[in-house]
Ligand binder design. Structure first.
Ligand SMILES: [Mn+2]
Length: 325
């Protein structure tokens, strides 16, 4: 891994804004919090701004209560042009929402750290390690290179990010090195059962109701090999749950051996429809997502729907079905 450019980037700036992708997940939040603590340790000024709120289940990771939802310019530091921006867990500047509009054009420089598959060359400095299990895993390499000390809070953030992004150490990019980092984090004091219970057993009751409502939309096609679920704005409102609480529902159909692709259309409260895709084995859903201007990993990807859902649904199905011949 070529670490010198990011080490140099960190050393050469004093003020940082950290951000991650829209609807931040465990890796996005954990990576921001870990990087935030390390930069603070190095004496840097740090702010964390996201376009969407931190999901309730990841609040325990934000020990310093630094993760802020960016709503207006007035929240930003006055000397924004003296700040450098680090974009975590996405390599697409169209995927950072309000930060792209209010921060990106104003900062002196930006740097991307990510592990999603990418085809185009990024213009800015960047560190994209496609084989890494998580962005947090890349951060671990950077921290070791810089010889900073990883304290308990930083270890919790890194461990949670890795647990989330590897589906508890089982997704395809999980490596022996992923386990080595986890071992070290546990040696620092992280309790794996505590992290599990925070991430997977502290959901709201309304999120469970939301899950049952979405699961009832399940449609099975192509000999049960393709599963489709839909969550509308009304479904969210009727359940009392939150958009971000639906992040695991897409994995449920994959529990069936026959299901090889799970497709999930989800509308947020602003009416924006997104399509998430998960697959097992050789079906490359990142390639499918890219044909709709999205992106991701081979087995987990997504895109924003720019056309009516019925039309997108058919186009996605046509693309997916190509993999079954
Ligand atoms: Mn990630």
């Amino acid at each position: 891994m070529v670490l010198q450019p990011i080490v140099e980037f960190i050393r050469s700036h004093d003020k940082f804004i950290l951000t991650a992708h829209e609807t931040p997940d465990g890796d996005a939040i954990g990576s921001e919090c870990a990087m935030g603590r390390i930069l603070a340790q190095l004496g840097k000024t740090v702010h964390i701004f996201n376009s969407d709120p931190i999901p309730r289940k990841f609040m325990f990771v934000d020990a310093d209560r630094k993760v802020t939802t960016l709503r207006s310019k007035s929240q930003l530091p006055k000397d924004l042009n003296e700040y450098a921006l680090i974009i975590l867990d996405t390599n697409d500047t169209n995927n950072i929402g309000k930060v792209a509009e209010l921060v990106l054009p104003e900062v002196s420089e930006y740097f991307i750290i990510d592990h999603h598959d990418i085809e185009i060359d990024i213009q800015s400095g960047n560190l994209v390690q496609k084989n890494a299990s998580s962005t947090a895993e890349i951060l671990y390499h950077i921290f070791r290179e810089m010889a900073v000390s990883i304290d308990y809070e930083t270890a919790i953030a890194l461990f949670t990010a890795i647990v989330y992004d590897t589906g508890s150490f089982v997704y395809p990019k999980t490596s022996a090195f992923t386990f080595q980092i986890a071992t070290e984090m546990v040696q620092i004091g992280v309790n794996p059962n505590l992290v599990y219970s925070k991430v997977y057993e502290c959901n709201s009751i309304s999120s469970v109701i939301l899950e049952s409502k979405v699961l009832s939309t399940l449609e099975l096609l192509h000999n049960n090999s393709i599963a489709i679920q839909i969550m509308t704005k009304e479904t969210i409102l009727n359940s009392g749950g939150k958009y971000e609480e639906a992040d695991q529902i897409i994995n449920i159909p994959l529990k069936a051996e026959a299901v090889r692709v799970s497709i999930f259309f989800k509308e947020d409260l602003e009416g924006l429809m997104r399509c998430s895709l998960r697959s097992k084995g050789d079906i490359d859903v990142a390639e499918i997502a890219r044909s709709f201007s999205g992106g991701g990993h081979k087995n987990a990807a997504g895109f924003k729907c720019r056309e009516p859902i019925a039309a997108v649904r058919q186009k996605v199905l046509d693309k997916v079905k190509e993999y079954f011949h």
